[in-house]
Design a protein around this ligand. Structure first.
Ligand SMILES: Cc1cc2nc3c(=O)[nH]c(=O)nc-3n(C[C@H](O)[C@H](O)[C@H](O)COP(=O)(O)OP(=O)(O)OC[C@H]3O[C@@H](n4cnc5c(N)ncnc54)[C@H](O)[C@@H]3O)c2cc1C
Ligand code: FES
Length: 369
């Protein structure tokens, strides 16, 4: 057979495919990779012969149909934009979590998922800093890994000091790949710290939580660096406090959280202010939550999500900023006003859906939650 007769490799790159802001898509799983005992990466291809365009640090909001329920969850793209034929997400099992466990137990190559366009602003894109410090805990490694992989692919001589905290040595995600990249590009410097031992796994590296003295040894010039932090909320809280105390100019500090167990500080302040307003003349509307059979009263100046949380209800949300779509809900009756950040399409609004994190009632409501 002549070379010219060989079938073209599939898929054939045909140029960048920019997901239009209004265009959700369906992604096909190409591969599932085990990273650690409770972390897997899922590699997706587009349905057509196209390439993805995004910036490192952005996330996808994927839609899952599991046992008759629809869930939306955000996952950061862990692959770099420099490998545009596929996108990968890297998911850690969350005890009791419906989606992460379903992905681990049932999701396989060949299966498809609906996805929004890449979203989010936690990225070094557009920044020209000469030196970076990446600090991650657990699955918070994913956006920083995307950045590091793209620095490696593009052969950037950008000084990246990457400190990752894990529970045990066998929980270190991407350990070998980070070491490999570091051997071939000396400006990438990974360090790991673990809290406990893992059976059958010797460890002579750093131990315990990240502390200022540990950072001073690993990265003595950390105050001069652009710092990106991602991990569980308590990890980020501790790291931020440590850096503030050390005198970091917080302009150099960037963080992203994957947790939605607590409101952001900003939202919490709004709730407190709104609670203070309760005795005033502010109008209150009745909100009926149909599925959970709950009724709460929502002052007109706070969001439905905030009112529900104040009443002790636990509704899904992630960004609390109208960006990710996690809180999207059908409004069965009544009206809301909404200032969102792109997490909902006009056609969904026309179909009566709303983002509860940024929807304020203008009448009594019945909500499909
Ligand atoms: C911007 C962003 C990026 C993210 N990127 C990643 C990533 O790269 N990798 C990754 O692994 N994760 C990432 N996440 C987190 C991810 O979106 C999911 O939250 C995570 O996978 C857990 O999903 P889950 O459905 O399994 O559990 P969730 O439903 O999200 O549950 C989380 C926790 O809350 C508890 N819980 C949930 N509902 C209830 C309830 N009704 N009552 C009591 N407890 C409850 C669960 O038991 C669990 O402990 C990201 C999140 C955000 C916001
Ligand atoms: S929680 Fe992200 S859009 Fe509402």
């Amino acid at each position: 057979m002549e070379i010219s007769e060989l079938p073209a490799p599939n898929p054939v790159p045909t140029g960048y495919y920019r997901w239009e802001p209004d265009e959700d898509d369906v992604l096909i799983c190409r591969a599932v990779r085990e990273e650690t005992p409770d972390v897997k990466s899922f590699v997706f291809a587009p349905r057509f012969k196209r390439q993805f365009e995004f910036v490192s640090g952005q996330f996808l909001t994927l839609e899952f149909e599991i046992e008759g329920e629809t869930y939306h969850r955000c996952y950061t793209i862990s692959s770099p934009p420099s490998r545009p034929d596929t996108v990968s997400i890297t998911v850690k099992r969350v005890p009791g979590g419906p989606v992460s466990n379903w992905l681990h137990d049932y999701f396989q190559p060949g299966m498809m998922l609906k996805s929004t366009v890449p979203m989010g602003v936690f990225s070094w894109a557009g920044m020209q800093a000469p030196k970076y410090l990446f600090l991650s805990g657990g699955s918070g490694i994913t956006p920083l890994m995307s950045m590091t992989r793209s620095a490696y692919d593009l052969a950037l001589i950008t000084d990246i000091c990457f400190v990752h905290a894990a529970r045990t040595p066998s929980d270190i995600i991407f350990h070998d790949e980070l070491q490999f990249m570091a051997r071939r590009n000396r400006s990438i410097k990974p360090y790991f710290t673990v809290e406990d031992n893992a059976s059958g796994h010797g460890w002579s590296g750093y131990r315990g939580r990240m502390t200022q003295s540990m950072l001073e040894v690993i990265c003595p010039d950390f105050l001069e660096r652009e710092i990106f932090v991602c991990g569980p909320r308590p990890f980020m809280g501790a790291v931020k406090e440590m850096l503030e105390k050390a005198g970091l100019d917080m302009e150099q500090y960037h963080q992203e959280s994957f947790d939605f167990d607590d409101f952001t500080e900003e939202t919490q302040e709004t709730i407190t202010e709104a609670t203070g307003d309760l005795d005033s003349d502010v109008k209150r509307y009745k909100i009926e939550f149909k599925k959970t059979d709950r009724v709460v009263y929502c002052p007109e100046d706070i969001t439905v999500l905030e009112a529900a949380r104040r009443a002790g209800m636990r509704l899904p949300f992630s960004c609390a900023k109208g960006l990710c779509g996690t809180c999207k809900t059908q409004i069965i009756s009544g009206d809301v006003v909404m200032e969102h950040g792109g997490g909902i399409r006009q056609r969904e609004i026309d179909a009566g859906k709303a983002l509860l994190c940024c929807a304020k009632p203008t009448s009594d409501l019945v909500v499909d939650r």
